[in-house]
Design a protein around this ligand. Structure first.
Ligand SMILES: *[C@@H]1O[C@H](CO)[C@@H](O)[C@H](O)[C@H]1NC(C)=O
Ligand SMILES: *[C@@H]1O[C@H](CO)[C@@H](O)[C@H](O)[C@H]1NC(C)=O
Length: 409
């Protein structure tokens, strides 16, 4: 990863030092600086950028030093592991209970020290052992940027955490398909015919929800149905609270789900006060603690219900405090951007050249539109132009007036 990103890192360091640029309004040169302050992506990608072992490591969390409980080479991170009987296959070290409010958080200095120790180890074996113990594989190239703090500048991605993991896993529980653990007679296990009714009700919602709320959610009970993260989002927030009510064998599972929905809704607020952030932290803490009671049941044979993505919820409130609301750095825009790039790949032999040519051409045409105010003439999707709506300005930088003025002066 570091060699792949090397050209980017070099550019970022240059931008930190400052490059000479021309200010069109004042008609003078100035030193333009830019600082990278946040890095985000899914868990495996960020692990690579931070040079960490990631979710497969013995200390899988990038935010804290919680130790995984190993079952069949996979490391699970429940808060409570007092149920675990130590065997040769499950060598348990470290505390038997972690407190959600008192997790052993990683700090920048500690991580840099550990990275250096791994880097400086005299033999490969001792480097490997240290890397295993710390969950850190070496000194990350990104640590050379003064504007980043490890691990706080690398918040967990809300889209992946909630909709690609937690919610999908909950649905697997409800339909009795989560891994190969026993779901018989559990209070969360919804019978097949009831789940199909839920699917039917979900489809029926499509007819009455205005199109401006987005694509209708398909039959969620259908085998192999493709749902985007956005569909999961709207299902969770607007449809599930209604169609799931009264459907669980035990209502406490519905209440538990609704507390997740409430906490997610708080996270999506446009502005957050300190009080709300505290509430979010408390909400996730209680939710995860109850998850351990309701789904993990604190039983050794159900350890696999506690992957990193459940634990990571405990770090969301802290990340909001450091980095702002979750929607300011979640993966939706990036995923959408990647989707627009896919059709640009016309050549199977040279996919990257095709992407590069497409991105360059798009950037150029956007600049031409801006410089000559030719939004309409250079519109490549004439059907989609909305005459009644006059855009506030530059779609690229969202600083319309300033941007236009700079070019037109
Ligand atoms: C989800 O709902 C929001 C509005 O609440 C809407 O902007 C978005 O397009 C919807 N997405 C889908 C796929 O339903
Ligand atoms: C939803 O899917 C289930 C399972 O495949 C099926 O039995 C049911 O008829 C579907 N309902 C609708 C309204 O499409």
């Amino acid at each position: 990863m570091d060699s792949f990103c090397y050209p980017l890192y070099v550019e970022l360091i240059k931008l930190e030092l400052g490059i000479e640029a021309y200010d069109g309004t004042r008609e003078q040169l100035f030193l333009l600086r830019a600082f990278l302050i946040l890095v985000f992506g899914d868990i495996p990608a960020i692990s690579l950028m931070m040079r960490m072992k990631g979710h497969n490591g013995l200390r899988p969390c990038r935010m804290c030093n919680i130790r995984g409980v190993t079952v069949d080479k996979v490391h699970y991170v429940p808060l409570s592991r007092s149920c675990v009987v130590q065997t040769k296959d499950v060598p348990l070290l470290g505390p038997r209970e972690y407190r959600a409010t008192n997790l052993p958080l990683r700090t920048h200095d500690q991580m840099m020290q550990q990275a250096k120790e791994v880097h400086d180890a005299i033999t490969q074996t001792s480097a490997d052992n240290l890397a295993k113990e710390y969950g850190i594989k070496g000194i990350p190239a990104l640590s050379h940027l003064s504007s980043l703090t490890f691990p706080t500048s690398f918040p967990f991605d809300f889209m992946h955490l909630i909709w690609e993991n937690t919610l999908k896993n909950l649905i697997l529980f409800w339909t009795g398909k989560f891994k190969d653990i026993d779901h018989k007679g559990k209070g969360y296990h919804i019978a097949k015919h009831i789940w199909e009714e839920i699917g039917r009700d979900t489809v029926a919602c499509g007819a009455t929800i205005p199109a401006s709320f987005g694509a209708p959610v398909p039959n969620i009970s259908k085998e192999g149905v493709t749902m985007t993260s956005e569909m999961y989002t709207n299902w969770t927030l607007f449809i599930a609270p209604v169609v799931l009510k009264g459907r669980f064998p035990q209502p406490k599972y519905y209440d538990h789900f609704m507390r997740l929905v409430e906490t997610i809704k708080l996270c999506l607020a446009l502005e957050l006060t300190d009080e709300m952030i505290k509430q979010i932290g408390k909400g996730f803490k209680l939710w995860v603690e109850d998850y351990e009671k309701l789904y993990y049941e604190k039983k050794q044979e159900r350890l696999s219900t506690c992957p990193l993505t459940i634990h990571a919820l405990l770090h969301i409130a802290d990340s909001i405090k450091e980095c702002g609301p979750v929607w300011a750095y979640w993966a939706y825009p990036m995923e959408r951007h990647c989707n627009t790039l896919l059709p640009a790949i016309r050549s199977r032999r040279h996919p990257y050249a095709a992407i590069a040519a497409f991105v360059t051409a798009m950037a150029q045409i956007n600049q031409i539109r801006l410089i000559y105010d030719a939004e309409e003439q250079l519109n490549l999707n004439p059907d989609k132009i909305d005459k009644s709506y006059s855009p506030p300005g530059c779609k690229l930088c969202s600083f319309p007036l300033y941007c236009r003025r700079t070019y037109l002066l």
